[in-house]
Design a protein around this ligand. Structure first.
Ligand code: GLV
Ligand code: MN
Ligand code: MN
Length: 429
């Protein structure tokens, strides 16, 4: 190894260690003592947002929490830019799933902050402002419609979703007010497209490809097409001891048949990265001696193309209608979210390729993201790009999620180099 490479390796290791400290500090903020659960607009979310705000402050950024609960920190431009001092947005999310891992989302916020710190420490000046965004609602666990915070920033938030309720009956509007946000001020929080250079996000891959090819970083090409649905099946309650099997209209048995059928539909399509998941199920009234009268299911469908996803949803709906007839139940099928494939911007992908390959000493692999990200909102505001970071076994949405310190260091350096590549593009324009 040359002296420069040794220094770089030591610097990256130190940045990785700082990332780990911050990741661990955030992971300690949870609704549950023995697992990580941090949902949008909860007291835990507030504590995490405040901690991130204090780090932004220490990094010398001007900090504020916006009306949707997003923590924002701004580094002003260091020198004039040819296209007039736009803002480069860098962000990810600090909410988690229930019993989640510590790196999903949180890593992107931490890496963004550390990259800005590194640029400042190295005396780099940029011809654009950088704004770090810590979004609060990427997972969409608390409310059916997700990406609220990034939709607000992108100017695509639908105010009708303020009436949505969580499981306890609290509307998004009330939760926002209790958190210290302001439903009336959401529209004013949108960035102007003309003032934004682009949006960058660092995120764990949540899949096995980078590990398989032994690369710490990858370049995302697009986020898969996704829809979320709610299925409600109504049968008839009855006595578990007295109603003969042939005379039952058991909503849970109908749901079971449907779930197995949904799996079969998704397994049939191998070309389009089609996946379908029933992740939530509620059986009512929910007693061991009562035949289930009603079942509520969630359904999440994703694919590499909008057409493949739509075809799968149509096949699932037709299966649902057959189940309804055969099982003599009443079924409703509602679409609560529909996001087309979100392609990354060429300029952002080129800068990431340049940055990641500088750090790795070889070209970076390109990948499709099956997971949803805040980029699904941000693509409606500006060009966006994503850097994926290798995670062990591709495991995510699981407490076993793991990223090495060295890979986190590589992610910070990769982002620094990506930002510098964008600054060079800006100078060359
Ligand atoms: C978020 O992680 C999603 O892809 O659902
Ligand atoms: Mn995520
Ligand atoms: Mn996630």
């Amino acid at each position: 190894m040359t002296d420069t490479q040794t220094t770089n390796a030591a610097t990256m290791r130190a940045m990785g260690e700082r990332a780990q400290q911050k990741i661990d500090a955030l992971a300690a903020i949870s609704a549950d003592p023995d697992r990580l659960t941090r949902l949008y607009l909860t007291p835990e979310h507030k504590r995490a947002a405040k901690l991130v705000g204090s780090w932004m402050d220490e990094a010398g950024l001007s900090v504020r929490m916006d009306a949707a609960g997003t923590m924002r920190g701004v580094l002003p431009p260091g020198r004039p830019g040819r296209s007039g001092n736009k803002t480069l947005l860098i962000g990810s999310h600090i909410d988690t799933v229930i019993d989640g891992g510590r790196y999903d989302g949180n890593l992107g916020v931490v890496v963004g902050l550390l990259a800005v710190e590194a640029l400042k420490a190295r005396g780099e000046t940029l011809p654009f402002a950088v704004e770090i965004l810590a979004f609060g609602d990427e997972e969409g666990v608390r409310y059916p419609v997700t990406l609220t915070s990034s939709a607000v920033a992108a100017g695509v938030f639908d105010p009708a979703t303020l009436d949505q309720k969580d499981r306890s009956g609290t509307t998004l509007r009330d939760a926002l007010v209790a958190f210290g946000g302001d439903p009336a001020a959401l529209a004013g929080e949108a960035f102007q497209p003309s003032s934004v250079l682009g949006y960058l996000e660092v995120h764990i891959e949540q899949g096995p490809v980078l590990e398989r090819i032994n690369a710490p970083l990858g370049v995302v090409t697009a986020i898969a097409s996704q829809s979320r649905h709610r299925i409600r099946i109504r049968g008839e309650a009855g006595h578990a001891g007295t109603v003969p099997m042939a005379m039952r209209r058991d909503a849970l048995v109908a749901a079971s048949e449907l779930i197995v059928g949904i799996e079969a539909i998704a397994r049939k399509d191998r070309k389009n990265a089609l996946v379908a998941t029933v992740g939530e199920i509620e059986a009512l009234p929910g007693a061991s001696n009562v035949i289930p009268a009603e079942v509520r299911l969630s359904l999440d469908v994703r694919a590499a193309s909008d057409e493949a996803r739509r075809e799968a949803v149509a096949a699932i709906l037709s299966l649902a209608r057959k189940t309804e007839a055969v099982r003599q139940v009443a079924l409703t099928f509602e679409t609560v979210l529909e996001k087309p494939v979100a392609a990354c911007g060429r300029r952002m992908m080129a800068a990431i390729q340049e940055g990641a390959s500088r750090v790795m000493g070889k070209p970076a692999q390109t990948l499709l993201s099956g997971a949803g990200h805040d980029g699904l909102s941000m693509v409606r505001l500006c060009e966006y790009g994503m850097i994926f970071v290798r995670c062990r076994g591709g495991i995510s949405h699981n407490p076993a999620e793991f990223v090495t310190i060295d890979d986190m260091g590589a992610a910070v350096e990769g982002l620094v180099e990506t930002i510098l590549a964008l600054a060079r593009q800006e100078d060359d324009q």
